[in-house]
Design a protein around this ligand. Structure first.
Ligand code: ZN
Length: 519
């Protein structure tokens, strides 16, 4: 194997970022066709297109001349460039920082590459071992659990390679080290065994657990999740971080979901392995599961590269803890969502159910309908802020107003922001249509005082003298007067001190809590 002088991190990042469609479409006119795109092959002369590009697979292939490969291979073949040249070029284009390797590092890399290949091999063998154990008498309890509690068919169990880790301490150790003659060190590096604390000997990492293999995008096993069948804690145990497995960078079942994600142009993320498995078994296959961590930017990028319009639906548990989990789970993607780079929706299932439980009572069709009507993330956030709050009480009103302002402030796109300002204004008006415009103006003033240049549509005097829009009740007059004063306060910093002084001298205070909050 030829070792490039580029650091593998650089190569990996370039592969992650460079989308095959982006790269090829700069050189070939592509149009939608089949599951991907088709065009005239640049590698042989033809009149009807036999050259196809699949975003789901991140590959191109020509049915005419047999040319095929990934984005890097395409550019290498097209321009007769070397691997390093192409990667460097793409790194510049996608703003990936370039790291290179010294000669001694290259030797180390060669060693690592060999190590990775050996680890893939051991993990594949371990996975087969677990699957075999599931079908033995000692695995009966696990098989019963899968079939009765999880209602999984043999087909699904096989498709996901589910298995059982025997209860005794050294079963897998003996199989891999004594029978298959793998080195102890290597088996340990695969995360399959642990050294005893006494330092004397090793024991299996997973014992008496149901085993769920976790695969990379190519479908190779890189780690396992183990669910206890007893009361033992933790309920779910993942492989330790290894050369191949990193929890924060992996999504369970994405290898099986990517084609459906690109076909349906939308990805669903659930919390647990069995939620994902149950949905796949029910025919809803654009689903991957986070591994019990907040969704990282890297995980989301992986998902979104298969969805053209960047649609992501998060379906985490809907109980009280689950809602907090959803908020945390959004974590790093919040920024993407505020910038409009991901069309994020949040699905909460009725009765606090998770997807697996839901499918025990309801049909796949019903779940699909819920997916289709899942609220956009901002609507969901607004719901979270207002639910259970009494807007008629001043403290409730103030809290909600403050939180809504905080939310609105973060929305980058001005059209989106204006839309949600109106929505929030409606909520804060409590059904009194006459208040909506005023509330909207208050919100706008609070979220971006310097952006608001429009002359006021709510000239109190005019409208009240005509007696149309605003009946001159004391309440609304007061509110308008205060709003006007506030507007002066916000837009003309030079008058701020004067306004404060005037209020203080007269012992006055704004009567409305959301006004007091500002001044
Ligand atoms: Zn061709």
């Amino acid at each position: 194997m030829q070792i490039p002088r580029l650091h593998p991190d650089t190569v990996e990042q370039v592969k992650q970022r460079a989308d095959i469609y982006d790269v090829v479409s700069e050189h070939v006119v592509l149009r939608k066709g089949g599951k991907g795109f088709v065009g005239l092959c640049p590698f042989h002369s033809e009149k009807t297109p036999s050259f196809s590009v699949s975003q789901a697979k991140q590959m191109y292939y020509c049915f005419g001349c047999g040319a095929g490969g990934d984005a890097i291979k395409f550019l290498m073949e097209l321009g007769k460039h070397s691997f390093s040249e192409v990667v460097l070029d793409l790194a510049r284009r996608y703003q990936v920082s370039v790291k290179t390797l010294e000669p001694e590092q290259r030797q180390e890399l060669q060693r690592q590459l060999t190590l990775r290949e050996q680890l893939y091999e051991i993990l594949a063998i371990a996975s087969q071992f677990y699957q075999h154990a599931l079908r033995q008498p000692l695995g009966q309890i696990a098989l019963d659990y899968l079939k009765s509690q999880r209602r999984l068919s043999d087909e699904t169990i096989g498709q996901f390679g589910l298995g059982y880790a025997p209860a005794s301490w050294e079963t897998l150790y003996r199989y891999l080290v004594e029978q298959k003659r793998y080195s102890v060190q290597l088996v340990q590096q695969a995360g399959l065994i642990r050294q005893r604390q006494s330092g004397d000997g090793y024991y299996d990492y997973f014992r008496d657990r149901l085993i769920v293999p976790i695969c990379d995008l190519q479908g190779r096993v890189i780690g396992f999740g183990g669910r206890t069948l007893t009361d033992e804690q933790p309920k779910y145990l993942n492989s330790p971080e290894t050369e191949l497995f990193s929890k924060g960078k992996t999504l369970f079942a994405l290898d099986k979901a990517k084609t459906a994600i690109s076909q349906l142009d939308s990805a669903v993320v659930v919390e647990g392995y069995f939620d994902a498995i149950a949905l796949h078994a029910a025919g809803i296959t654009n689903v991957a599961a986070s591994l019990g961590t907040a969704l990282s930017l890297e995980q989301v990028r992986q998902l979104l590269r298969y969805s053209e319009s960047k649609q992501l639906i998060i379906n985490f548990d809907a109980d009280a803890a689950g809602k907090q989990a959803s908020i945390r789970a959004i974590g790093e993607i919040a920024d993407l969502a505020y910038r409009g780079e991901v069309q994020l929706k949040i699905l909460g299932l009725p009765d606090g159910k998770d997807a697996d439980e839901y499918l025990h009572t309801y049909t796949a069709e019903q779940y699909r309908n819920l997916l289709a009507s899942a609220p956009l993330w901002l609507d969901w956030q607004i719901d979270q802020i207002t639910t259970g709050r009494d807007l008629k009480q001043s403290t409730g009103f103030q809290q909600v107003a403050q939180e809504l302002v905080k939310l609105l402030k973060k929305i980058d796109n001005s059209d989106t922001r204006n839309y949600y300002v109106s929505r929030c204004a409606e909520i804060l008006s409590l059904g009194d249509a006459r208040l909506v415009a005023l509330r909207a103006e208050n919100l706008l003033a609070q979220i971006a005082p310097h952006h608001q240049r429009k002359p006021t549509p709510l000239n109190t005097k005019k409208q009240n003298s005509q007696g149309k829009s605003f009946p001159a009740t004391e309440r609304s007059l007061l509110e308008h007067a205060e709003a006007l004063l506030l507007r002066i306060y916000l837009h003309y910093p030079e008058y701020r001190q004067a306004v404060s002084n005037a209020l203080e001298e007269r012992g006055l205070q704004f009567s409305l809590s959301h006004h007091r909050f500002l001044c």
